[in-house]
Design a binder for this molecule. Structure first.
Ligand SMILES: Cc1ncc(COP(=O)(O)O)c(C=O)c1O
Length: 396
């Protein structure tokens, strides 16, 4: 009676975490601290609240699935400024689709592009291992084979392009890349992007680059796949990038992001949304328009995460393989056994963290996330410091 395709996945990470921790009693006197979820806990920008309220009268309208022209133009303008693109490279009418959060778009993208067969074989969706769980879910629900591409410290935690088999790439319909990556915070460089875009074009698959952490950085602004497209002549063929306001503007509850890229893919995505998309409410579209046009609130958000990483560096030093990621707000700590560490942190310190094994699938060399723990530095600095002090003390 039920769709059994997701049964081949290892399980939804947060359900697995609940199962692990529900059997453990945290200490009664300590306030629980949630550092397992990548949900920004910073105040909602005043610009978001004001714009939302100013557009209250629009709640009585169904929203246009393709977005208002104002929102599409604001997105194209932001992409052009952020990635130093020629003014005509992004056509707001053809290259942009608003999303009710990138999460839903990642799933809808698979439904939009994975065919029943690719070159006479079952279609394949490639994704890094470890990965953001929605990529695997989207692959499974679309009926594709799961093409897990190994990542490791030696590949800079990016999918190892040398490990890709040309025949399997011919079967590939969609390749998810995350940059800055969740969980490791790695940013692909221009040569990497160019090589992967070249493979997408040669083997005719869609490259979906999840860049939802692109605005959370401490040093140089992470480059994006569109910059590689620009350097390759400006065509967006076979490439789609996904962005979100959830992390950039600390509004994960607003449910607002977008996909931009190859006009045929955007059209196919909008067709799926016509049938099964909720649509972004008009007051939210107006708010998103204002937020994509503003940088001041983003700079303030970035300062908070930078301070969190300074605190982490001070408390963790060179323990647990600590490093400051190039992007995003996660620590990816090498603790030996992530499941054991997550259990101890909850039992002794009431701190919830996520075992790396839950973000990866078993591979021939074992589960590549098994030794790691993902810690989300999403709280204001004071709370972050409390959580990290408890963590350092318990795991030492
Ligand atoms: C890598 C990655 N992609 C996408 C998302 C989804 O973000 P949203 O749907 O809020 O835009 C998340 C959220 O944690 C994420 O970590």
């Amino acid at each position: 009676m039920l769709n059994d395709r997701p049964d081949r996945l290892g399980g939804y990470p947060f359900h697995r975490l609940t199962r692990l921790l529900s059997a453990i009693e945290p200490p009664a006197g300590l306030a629980p601290l949630v550092m397992s979820v990548g949900e920004p806990q910073l105040p909602v920008p005043a610009l978001a609240i004001e714009t939302l309220h100013r557009n209250d009268a629009l709640w009585n309208k169904y929203p246009p699935m393709a977005g208002t022209p104002e929102l599409r133009e604001a997105i194209a303008g932001w992409l052009t400024r952020r990635y130093h693109l020629p003014a005509t490279m992004i056509d707001p009418a053809r290259h942009v689709a608003p999303l009710v959060g990138t999460r839903e778009g990642l799933m809808q993208l698979a439904l939009a592009v994975v065919p029943t067969q690719k070159n006479g074989k079952p279609p394949r969706v490639c994704l890094p291992n470890p990965f953001y769980h929605v990529y695997a879910g989207a692959a499974a629900y679309s009926g594709a084979e799961l093409g897990l591409v190994p990542t490791s410290r030696s590949t800079g935690f990016l999918p190892d392009l040398d490990a890709l088999d040309a025949k399997l790439l011919d079967q590939t319909a969609l390749f998810y890349l995350c940059s800055p990556s969740n969980p490791q915070g790695t940013v692909a460089d221009i040569a990497y992007f160019k090589r992967l875009i070249g493979l997408a074009r040669t083997h005719d698959f869609v490259l979906a680059v999840d860049e939802c952490y692109a605005e959370i950085y401490d040093g140089a602004a992470p480059i994006g796949a569109l910059e590689a497209c620009r350097e390759l002549g400006g065509s967006l063929d076979h490439v789609v990038v996904l962005h979100s306001l959830s992390k950039r503007s600390s509004v994960p509850g607003l449910r607002s992001g977008f996909a931009a890229g190859d006009a045929d893919v955007i059209k196919a995505l909008l067709r799926v949304m016509d049938y099964g998309g909720g649509g972004m409410p008009l007051p939210v579209q107006a708010t998103a328009t204002a937020l994509w046009q503003d940088e001041a609130h983003v700079e303030a958000v970035r300062q908070v995460y930078a301070e969190n990483f300074r605190i982490a560096e001070r408390i963790l030093g060179n323990r647990f393989g600590f490093y400051r990621p190039a992007g995003g707000f996660f620590l990816w700590l090498d603790v030996g056994d992530g499941v054991e560490a997550a259990a101890s942190l909850w039992r002794e310190g009431a701190v919830r963290t996520l075992p790396g094994a839950y973000l990866a699938e078993d591979a021939p060399g074992g589960n590549p996330g098994a030794a790691y723990l993902r810690v989300a530095l999403v709280h204001p600095p004071e709370t972050t410091e409390t959580g990290l002090r408890r963590l350092a003390q318990i795991l030492s």
